[in-house]
Write a new protein. Structure first.
Length: 487
């Protein structure tokens, strides 16, 4: 089953001419045909275009192109429906964009194509990346491959589910408050959120501009390192892109973490943490210790304020960013008697309930009389949260936490309680507020039913090299990442 292979396993076979890119793509398409009616990881895919890309990759390899020159040559990668891919649909899982087709490639897509990747398929998501369960999509709910009665996480649930179900070799997602790491944990795959500014956001439809970051879903840490190396780098088209050198992430995965100091924040081991999740994290910490890492208890004192701070800042930025969807320039248009009625009818018909909720909240906290009381205060607390992390990183190399407080919950279980849904991201939100990097890796399973549990590692700004080295060492000494759902 070629679709079950990793990027590194696949490129090794391609290099030896044991398989063709066309065979690999066909294997992924066959798997989509077998399982996606149950899971609904994809909104759409273009089989003919994917096979044409595969044929072009095979032709390049026949002409002498190597994976040293193009590290992703012939590798199929699926894309969250919030990233622009030229001549492909771009809906953000929303009705308001109608039949909009992107006229250009996002920078990350340009980089993937330049590295030889086969870019195919639009993965389902919460509308405009607003949600923690992929239940807020205008195209229907995505289901967890481990138990189709449960959510895959969100907002990048389609991307996580597609990788877990072997419908693609890897996928791209976006992380605003945990939207890569949380679904990665709930679906049992690797999810990496890079440092803010590490990867260009050009071509990403913004939810909250100071929080959004693009990152990969993969089957192994090594694959995540390879994708990060391809996608990273300064981009003059993105003013938030930081001109930092790009290390050899894959080359840093030497398995040696002896002497590495890992912080265990006391604020994250809270009362609401599921006992099975806590037990898995405790076992993971013991494994790190056995591998030679030093475990240090630390404090992140402003953690309690992270959720409230995030939902003020994120909704404020969302209300500004989503103002462009008005029915005038592109997408769905519902006529009205005047311009104001046209705006109201278009946005009323085009946006879902969760998007409307966040626009209303964001507009409120930015309004006259409330800006200082809410938005400005939230920005001050955000600085305090970042300072907590920077102080902790003076004494530790990385921080170990659960990714989520529980395993995947039932579809519909929290739909009527937005606050409980928002608390699903309690352990992931601070990373985005602080602008640091984070990764989620599989570290165990609940017993009945058997559902994946994720371990989160948080690193210093632009400290992905150390973060991935620690994650890789854990992965190589456990077998959680090798387990597959019985779909």
């Amino acid at each position: 089953m070629l679709n079950q292979l990793t990027i590194s396993g696949l490129t090794a076979k391609l290099a030896k001419r044991e398989v063709s890119a066309r065979e690999i793509v066909q294997s992924c398409l066959d798997q989509i045909g077998r399982v996606d009616a149950k899971i609904h990881a994809f909104i759409s895919w273009d089989a003919a275009d994917a096979l044409a890309q595969a044929d072009a990759a095979d032709k390049q390899m026949s002409g002498g192109a190597t994976h040293a020159q193009k590290p992703l040559l012939g590798v199929p990668i699926a894309i969250k429906d919030v990233l622009a891919v030229k001549n492909q649909p771009l809906n953000c899982a929303s009705k308001i964009l109608g039949n909009f087709t992107s006229p250009y490639d996002a920078t990350v897509i340009e980089k993937l194509k330049s590295a030889g990747a086969i870019v195919f398929g639009r993965c389902n998501m919460d509308e405009f990346a607003m949600g923690s369960s992929t239940e807020n999509s205008a195209f229907g709910v995505t289901r967890n491959p481990w138990d189709i009665t449960r959510i895959p996480g969100g907002s990048s649930g389609g991307s996580a589910a597609a990788v877990a179900a072997d419908e693609c070799i890897a996928a791209l997602g976006t992380d605003t408050g945990g939207s890569i790491r949380q679904p990665a944990a709930l679906c049992g795959v690797v999810g990496l959120k890079p440092t803010y500014g590490r990867i260009s956001r050009y071509g990403l439809v913004a939810f909250a501009s100071s929080l959004d970051q693009i990152g990969p879903f993969t089957k192994t840490v090594s694959d995540a390192a390879n994708l990060l190396g391809v996608m990273s780098g300064h981009d003059l088209r993105d003013s938030t892109s930081v001109p930092q050198p790009v290390p050899d992430y894959a080359g840093a995965l030497n398995g040696n973490i002896r002497g590495l100091k890992l912080g265990l924040p006391r604020e994250y081991m809270i009362g609401g943490l599921d006992p099975e999740v806590k037990s898995a994290i405790d076992d993971a910490v013991k494994k790190f210790s056995a591998l030679g890492a030093e475990i240090v208890e630390i404090s992140l004192p402003h953690t309690d304020y992270a959720v409230a701070t995030y939902y003020i800042i994120a909704t404020a930025e969302a209300s500004a960013n989503l103002a462009r969807f008005d029915g005038i320039r592109y997408g769905t248009r519902v006529e009205g008697r005047d311009l104001l009625e046209l705006y109201g009818k278009t946005r009323g018909a085009g946006f879902g309930a969760e998007v409307k909720r966040r626009i209303i909240l964001g507009t409120y906290v930015l309004s006259s009389g409330y800006y200082d009381a809410y938005y400005l205060r939230a920005q001050r607390v955000r600085t305090m949260i970042r300072d907590d992390f920077l102080k902790a990183f003076e004494t530790v190399d990385a921080i170990v936490t659960p990714t989520t407080p529980t395993a995947a919950f039932k579809i519909g279980e929290k739909s009527d309680d937005p606050l409980q849904m928002y608390l699903s991201d309690i352990f992931t939100i601070s990373c985005n507020l602080a602008g640091i990097c984070g990764v989620s890796i599989p570290c165990g399973f609940t017993k009945n039913p058997a559902l994946p549990i994720g371990l989160q590692l948080l690193g210093k700004p632009f400290g992905e090299e150390t973060l991935l080295r620690a994650a890789h060492a854990f992965e190589q000494n456990t077998d959680w990442h090798l387990k597959k759902p019985a779909i």
